[in-house]
Design a protein around this ligand. Structure first.
Ligand SMILES: Nc1ncnc2c1ncn2[C@@H]1O[C@H](COP(=O)(O)OS(=O)(=O)O)[C@@H](OP(=O)(O)O)[C@H]1O
Length: 852
């Protein structure tokens, strides 16, 4: 401890002088740090040569094959709460692989559906579960693996006693283990063979002694004459490919690399392989923003250039730091050395890549459009004056503000003044967990996920690293930072100017992690333009293109970078989902009579409905949706969005749940045949050509030989009536307690009763609707009583048309029979009452069955 303090003191005294020579600084730091045990462990004494086992053709094939997000892994775990299982699950999810996790002691689930494999690889958290399986389940699993060429990965913790040798697996428990080495083997792809580490964690490991196994990793026990090298990861290339790791997944960071490679090699059709390319961009935000003492000197700038040369030679091509500038702070605040540093940056400007930050480093969400434009113009004028080349069309704002949650004005001004096409943020959808960070495209600007590297604005000194310097070291040595490079095909890192001054922690950190990556992986690091990176990213993950909006008021970080002028609560508390033509307008109109209900403004575009969650307006952004309600001042009111296209939309359930997870949902279920006929009449009234040309009977009779428009009309007419199917989609997100299935037929006959049920569901103070509604014999529907007059819904609600034919009725009865039966089952399962028409139908069916 004393020695450490002494070293720190010496280091502090000579630091100023050392700035003159970066290499000397690093060298001396190394000496001191080794003495006090601070230097990171070597990435591997046996770092392999550049030559790898990979054949060129295989590598080429991989470059062009991205991970197929549809591929799924079956994880057979000890329990869903096991830390170990969650760690494997998290890892797979951070690689964007879909996972089904099941308790390994239960029956094997259905593995194939209609001749298609459901899982591309199987993982056992603990090998003993495989051996303890009853023969029926194991047979099922093995037949599946054989039929679909799916491999199995086993983790075999060394402290686990299981009866080996029974199924041909020969093992030995070994302890302790050192000199862990990856051995040349066809399974290694991302992991580099020859990489070696001296000290291996964990006391006891499982070693595999079958001679037929191919060794993937070895480790050594004993000393002197007792030295023995064991196989601690092995691969069995039989009819079913099996990969064995001699410890638990999280016992050693190298297992993450091995799991990635094993999934690729063992998955059906190599569908779980990822590319070896890794695009890297290192942003230095605020290159001129910092207090005296934390800014860059000439020596710091020179060190950055030197490091770039080294990185270009050793790790990645075309690398340049990406410097963000807030011009107002150029040559401000620094001492004379630091002012010279700023001047040197401009002198050597072409050695770097530049991007515009905000002129005064103001958070964009605090600025209106003209303020933003003015600041951007000032920044631009400065860049012109100093001949700063700007050809990346990339920017990031100070403090992540304005990108997500979206500040529309930032996007507009960026495009207008700078022609920005790419940006990045760490806030989408949320900062944590980082494995879920995604990209999206909004208003033509491609937003890429941004990564943190463990260095923040005030991380300037080696011995003041938050949580101790060892924390940073473990992040480099196979930990979080190392993983960020491995996991993400595109990594944009956020660093700050101060990380490059003082102890130059950023230069040290990245150099060290590149060393580790080069030693342990075959990954190829590349820097390219942000536009190329964005193209590459969204090609790889096209499902991320469309954004998903969350409520900024539910995430503290988002709330902080959201305009103070915006108010929370301008979102629906209740959503009437539809389906179309079930009486949704009547229900909304009647509910609107209640003082605690606030319905959305009428949209001029979609028959007065917002249709935000199901349609294109979603891409206008959250503020567009919020504008349907006034800034809320009374928290007792319930705001309603009624959009009858939501019910059968594929997108709306996910979007709604992301934004308003506690909303109450109302579905109006009208007898589906009646609904289909009303919808057809609606299309005719709106002059749909096909509906006008064909009778309802002809629409229902359409088959695969019919013209497309007729087939489409039939589909759109009948599909929303598949009630159970659509309700199940909503129940994937919302709990059934938040959903009310109201009776559409009852609403027509006895709206007061339906409204009573709805009021109870919404916990509203009871309003006596019997006083407010009156039946109109001419309209043949209930209307609102207003000053002793009747105010009925418009002409388009409650149309007059002739009854549907007997033939159509029979068709519809038979068509919806199965769907209605499913609805009965579903409603019983979630303990909901059946609507009157469904009760009658199911009674009728039961009676018919009894007669038969
Ligand atoms: N009180 C009252 N007044 C008028 N109409 C009523 C009422 N209650 C229920 N209905 C039934 O509502 C049907 C229209 O349903 P929607 O409002 O959901 O249609 S839409 O999807 O919003 O276009 C409408 O369908 P049509 O009869 O085919 O016009 C009505 O049957």
């Amino acid at each position: 401890m004393e020695l450490r303090k002494l070293c720190q003191k010496v280091l502090f005294i000579i630091r100023k002088k050392l700035f003159k020579n970066f290499r000397l600084l690093i060298g001396l730091l190394a000496v001191f740090s080794i003495l006090i045990g601070y230097w990171p462990p070597s990435p591997g004494d046996g770092c392999p040569s550049e030559k790898t086992y990979l054949k060129d053709d295989f590598r080429g094939w991989m470059e062009n094959h991205s991970m197929n997000a549809d591929n799924k892994v079956l994880l057979l775990a000890e329990s869903s709460l096991s830390h170990e299982a969650i760690s494997i699950l998290n890892t797979l999810e951070s690689w964007k692989i879909r996972v089904k996790m099941l308790a390994a002691d239960k029956n094997i689930p259905t593995l194939a559906h209609r001749g298609r494999a459901k899982y591309s690889a199987i993982i056992f958290q603990k090998i003993k579960r495989y051996y303890l399986m009853d023969s029926w389940n194991r047979k099922l699993l093995e037949t599946y693996c054989q039929d679909f060429s799916v491999g199995i990965i086993f983790f075999t913790p060394g402290n686990e006693s299981f009866k080996n040798n029974i199924y041909g697996l020969q093992t030995q428990i070994v302890t302790p283990v050192y000199d862990y080495t990856l051995v040349k083997n066809p399974l290694l792809r991302i992991s580099k063979h020859g990489a070696k580490i001296k000290k291996v964690p964990g006391n006891s490991w499982t070693a595999f002694t079958n001679t037929s196994f191919q060794t993937v990793a070895t480790a050594t026990t004993g000393k002197g004459e007792n030295i023995k090298t064991w196989t601690v990861a092995a691969f069995e290339d039989r009819i079913i490919k099996k990969f064995y790791i001699g410890n638990s997944f999280s016992s050693f960071w190298v297992h993450r690399l091995l799991l990635m490679d094993a999934l690729c090699y063992l998955s059906a059709d190599r569908s779980l392989c990822t590319t070896l390319k890794r695009y890297v961009l290192i942003d230095v935000d605020d290159i001129f923003v910092g207090k005296q003492g934390s800014r860059l000197t000439e020596e710091d700038v020179e060190a950055m250039i030197k490091v770039q040369t080294v990185w270009n030679r050793d790790y990645l091509n075309n690398f340049k730091f990406n410097l963000g500038f807030s011009a107002y702070w150029y040559m401000e605040q620094g001492d004379s050395e630091e002012i010279k540093g700023d001047q040197l940056l401009i002198k050597v400007k072409d050695q770097f890549q530049w991007f515009p930050h905000m002129y005064k480093h103001t958070q964009p969400h605090k600025l209106n459009l003209s303020e933003l434009e003015n600041y951007m113009l000032l920044n631009k004028a400065w860049a012109r004056k100093h001949n700063i080349k700007f050809d990346t069309f990339y920017s990031v704002p100070p403090h992540h503000s304005g990108v997500y949650p979206v500040h529309k004005e930032l996007y507009e001004s960026w495009k207008k003044i700078w022609n920005i096409q790419v940006t990045s943020t760490e806030e989408y959808p949320h900062l944590r967990p980082s494995k879920f960070r995604r990209g999206f495209i909004h208003s033509g600007i491609r937003v890429l996920p941004r990564q943190t590297c463990g260095l923040y604005t005030h991380t300037v000194k080696l011995f003041e690293y938050p949580g101790g310097f060892r924390r940073l070291l473990s992040s480099i040595a196979g930990g979080e930072l190392f993983r960020t490079f491995v996991d993400n095909p595109v990594s944009i890192f956020m660093t700050h100017m101060s990380n490059y001054g003082r102890d130059r922690l950023a230069l040290y950190t990245f150099t060290a992690v590149f060393d580790w990556l080069k030693c342990w992986t075959n990954l190829k690091f590349i820097q390219t333009s942000p536009i190329n990176m964005a193209n590459y990213y969204f090609n790889l993950f096209p499902e991320e293109i469309d954004p998903i909006w969350f409520d900024p008021c539910k995430d503290q970080r988002h709330f902080k970078i959201w305009s103070s002028k915006k108010s929370c609560g301008q979102l629906p508390d209740v959503i009437i989902l539809g389906p179309q033509k079930t009486g949704t307008t009547a229900l909304l109109t009647f509910l609107d009579l209640h003082k605690s209900i606030k319905v959305s403004k009428k949209s001029p575009n979609h028959f007065e409905e917002t249709q935000f969650l199901s349609g294109k307006d979603y891409f206008n952004g959250l503020d567009f949706y919020r504008s349907y309600w006034p800034p809320q001042n009374n928290s007792d009111t319930l705001q309603i969005d009624k959009s009858s296209t939501y019910f059968h939309s594929e997108l709306a359930p996910r979007r709604a749940y992301a934004l308003v997870p506690s909303a109450k949902l109302i579905v109006l279920a009208l007898e589906p045949g009646e609904r289909a006929y009303s919808w057809y009449q609606h299309q005719r009234a709106h002059k749909d050509r096909t509906a006008e040309t064909y009778t309802f009977d002809e629409v229902l009779e359409a088959d695969e030989t019919s013209m497309k428009s007729l087939r489409d009309l039939k589909k759109h007419c009948l599909n929303p009536g598949h009630y159970s199917q659509h309700i199940e989609k909503w129940l994937l997100f919302y709990p059934s307690s938040q959903l009310l299935l109201a009776d559409g037929n009852e609403l027509k006959r006895n709206p007061v009763k339906t409204l009573q049920i709805v009021q109870e569901f919404l916990d509203l103070e009871t309003l006596d609707f019997a006083e407010l509604l009156v039946y109109d014999p001419v309209k043949q529907f209930y209307c609102v009583r207003e000053n002793n007059k009747k105010k009925c819904l418009g002409k388009s609600k409650g149309r007059k048309y002739e009854e549907m034919s007997q033939r159509a009725r029979q068709f519809l009865n038979s068509y919806y029979k199965k769907h209605n039966a499913n609805l009965v089952r579903l409603l019983k399962k979630i303990s909901k009452e059946l609507p009157s028409w469904l009760e009658a139908l199911s009674q009728q069916n039961e009676d018919e069955e009894k007669i038969v």
